[in-house]
Write a protein that binds this ligand. Structure first.
Ligand code: SAH
Length: 222
């Protein structure tokens, strides 16, 4: 539980987010709710947007990219069914906020970002906040983690037209993957479970993410 601290001027905004956008909707996993309450979202957004850090919309984080709205972060995390021991692969580190939530709830997080400036920013913020169970890689993550290995969970925070085959290959049997899949402007947020080598997929909701750019994603120029 977070205790009231008069110096924490974000306390009320964070509580409003918890009540209105998370508990007030369909975020039910207590571990996810606790993590969202503990991680200071204002630390991840540019200074000039700090006052809006807990609004329920995406915010610019520089380099033409965005941090997802809190509800979507919570919904995606909830869909991963984390228990505390899992190794999680995230493609699209961005500012590192989603990675922080995952790191609170899993054993270890491996996160890939193609834009060096963003990864470096995320590494600095997450280091300052004391996270030590996150590994970073700078490069194209559309084909997965650079070394051949498998993960218990995979989360894509950039849009793909379909789940790249190498990512399905890097998911353990029985593991869960969550991703925005669809067109360039609108996608379905899907959750898939790997069963006998293939993904059993359900659509969670509609969503809009920035494009995944890379070998198994979109080309650089729109
Ligand atoms: N999870 C982030 C939001 C990320 S926005 C957060 O919590 O802030 C999506 C990110 O995916 C962007 O930073 C973008 O640069 C990155 N991205 C796009 N294509 C990628 C690729 N092929 N490999 C790794 N990262 C990619």
């Amino acid at each position: 539980m977070v205790t009231y601290d008069e110096k924490d001027r974000f306390f009320i905004a964070r509580q409003m987010m918890m009540q209105q956008h998370l508990r007030g909707r369909d975020i039910r996993d207590m571990r996810v709710l606790n993590a969202m309450e503990e991680v200071p979202r204002e630390a991840f957004v540019p200074q000039r947007y700090a006052a809006n850090a807990y609004d329920d919309n995406p915010l610019p984080i520089g380099m033409g990219q965005t941090i997802s709205q809190p509800y979507i972060v919570a919904l995606m995390t909830q869909a991963l069914h984390l228990t505390g021991t899992e190794e999680v692969l995230e493609i699209g580190t961005g500012c590192g906020y989603q990675a922080a939530i995952l790191a609170k709830l899993a054993g270890k997080v491996y996160t890939v970002e193609r834009i060096p400036e963003l990864s470096e920013m995320a590494q600095a913020i997450l280091g300052r906040l004391g996270f030590s169970n996150i590994e970073f890689y700078i490069g194209d993550g559309s084909g997965g983690w650079p070394q051949q290995r498998t993960f218990d969970r995979i989360i894509l925070t950039a849009a793909v037209q379909e789940i790249p085959k190498p990512l399905t290959d890097q998911l353990k049997e029985g593991g869960w993957i969550v991703a925005p899949v669809g067109g360039e402007w609108m996608q379905d947020l899907i959750v898939g479970q790997k069963s006998r080598g293939a993904l059993l997929i359900q659509i969670v909701t509609g969503c809009r993410f920035v494009r995944m750019i890379g070998k198994y994603g979109y080309d650089e120029a729109p």
